[in-house]
Design a protein. Structure first.
Length: 151
């Protein structure tokens, strides 16, 4: 399955919402962002189950910056869609939504936004919404994926 993850408040904190992986001082100095504790293991597990992992964000971070941050934590993703690409593609398809994973071939999108969940129902794409303070977020994602695969 092609699975996309949001960044802000899903795997990159927007404050002190969740615990993060350890970062060296050098990583901090070169601009490597913090990521949610457990993210590298979750993505590794999903990839070893045969899933392709992507980043789909409405952030204007460059794809290079995102890729460098993820690589620092040992994470490789298949594709990164940032807001620049998102806006261009959705505009060309006349889609009036903040996100539309199907436009990029993503079968499931994981996000923290209830608005994205509403858009998923409106535009018929699958979402798993994780609360930034949910300590069982990994289990919720894995269980959600298993449920989707069973249907």
């Amino acid at each position: 399955m092609n699975i996309s993850f949001d960044l802000d408040s899903t795997i990159i904190p927007n404050g002190n919402e969740f615990e993060t992986e350890k970062r060296s001082r050098i990583a901090k100095l070169v601009g490597i962002e913090e990521i949610r504790a457990g993210t590298p293991a979750l993505i590794y597990d999903l990839q070893h189950l045969g899933h392709k992992i992507h980043i789909y964000t409405t952030s204007f971070r460059t794809k290079l910056k995102i890729r460098l941050t993820l690589r620092f934590y040992g994470i490789k993703v298949d594709r990164i869609v940032n807001q620049t690409e998102n806006q261009r593609v959705l505009k060309s398809r006349n889609i009036n939504a903040s996100k539309h994973p199907l436009s990029f071939g993503f079968e499931l999108h994981i996000d923290d936004s209830k608005g994205v969940e509403i858009e998923g129902k409106q535009y018929n794409f699958k979402t798993i919404i994780v609360n930034p303070v949910d300590k069982n977020w990994i289990k919720k994602i894995k269980n959600g994926i298993q449920l989707l695969e069973a249907t």
